[in-house]
Design a protein around this ligand. Structure first.
Ligand code: BJW
Ligand code: ZN
Length: 239
């Protein structure tokens, strides 16, 4: 990457008082968690219709749970990386800071980020499809699919395709992006809506946008700074 580009992005990041951040699976790649759409990503070897839709779950809850339980064990063993840590440090310095994430792994919380909006839910939450009760469940689920005390089927507390995002989440994210001077977008392919829509909302609304990604995305031409490389390497250089 051109040093001048990184320098200008750094200046912009240091000057901004109101910062919004949008992250995707790429920020956790260097913590050892696979992404969805890159090489070796989940959707390269699995059909998302089977694993990440309510229809797929109802068809074969045991199969879907086996995939989630495997991911939960991988995430439980993972640690935040310098990219997650850089965002936690940035939050300390900013007067307003909102971290909007599509990730369900909880690594931003572990790194110390406080104002986090989880657009796609939380892999540690389980919810009953019968009574609606939900709880945090970190321990290994021995019997798959797991059942609620009421007898109902438990599902992962994540957002599948065709499902609404958690109540108020996209509204709060939109408001934070509109108020921000700077939006930092890291490690997302920007293919999934409504999350991806926050990027043109910012770019076309006069908010500076820094994109950090190993690859170009549909919005790379619209952002103020497109930084090519690994988020765990670039983000610490912006703080
Ligand atoms: C690195 C790196 C490194 C790698 N450093 N970078 C048109 C308009 C609007 C909506 C739609 C539309 N057409 C269809 C829709 C609906 C649909 C959608 O967007 N589909 C598109 C695919 C077309 N959206 C929905 O269904 C959403 N809900 C909705 O719209 O509801 C409407 C509604 C309202 C009211 C009532 C009912 C409904 C829900 C979307 C849910 C997405 N769920 C998943 C699974 C979550 C659970 C789980 O984890 O199991 O979320 S799918 C998956 O994709 C996951 C992710 O959060 C999401 C985004 O992926 P992400 O994070 O961008 O990862 P990748 O792998 O795609 O990209 C990684 C990137 O990192 C790459 O670019 C790499 O280059 C980069 N990278 N290493 C920096 N070290
Ligand atoms: Zn129940």
């Amino acid at each position: 990457m051109e040093p001048a580009l990184l320098n200008s992005a750094r200046q912009s990041a240091r000057k901004a008082r109101r910062i919004a951040v949008l992250t995707g699976a790429g920020v956790s790649a260097e913590s050892g968690i696979p992404t969805f759409r890159s090489n070796g990503g989940f959707w390269r070897n699995n059909r998302f219709e089977d694993l990440a839709t309510p229809q797929g779950f109802v068809r074969d809850p045991k199969f879907v749970w086996q995939w989630y339980e495997e991911r939960r064990r991988g995430i439980a063993a993972a640690r935040p990386n310098p990219g997650h840590e850089a965002f936690a440090a940035m939050e300390h310095r900013a007067s307003e800071f909102t971290l909007i994430t599509q990730n369900v792994d909880g690594l931003h919380d572990l790194a110390g980020s406080k104002n986090v909006i989880k657009l796609h839910g939380d892999i540690w939450v389980v919810r009953c499809m019968a009574c609606g009760g939900e709880r945090v469940e970190r321990s290994e689920l021995n019997e798959l699919p797991p059942r609620c005390a009421c007898g109902g089927l438990l599902r992962p507390g994540v957002v599948w395709f065709g499902e609404a995002l958690p109540e108020g989440a996209i509204e709060r994210a939109t408001a934070a992006v509109r108020r921000a001077e700077l939006l930092i977008v890291a490690g997302t392919s920007a293919q999934v809506y409504p999350a991806a829509g926050l990027i043109p909302l910012a770019a076309r609304g006069g908010v500076q946008v820094i994109e950090i990604n190993t690859e170009a995305t549909d919005f790379s031409d619209e952002v103020s700074f497109a930084l090519r490389g690994k988020s765990a390497e670039i983000l610490p250089q912006l703080v």
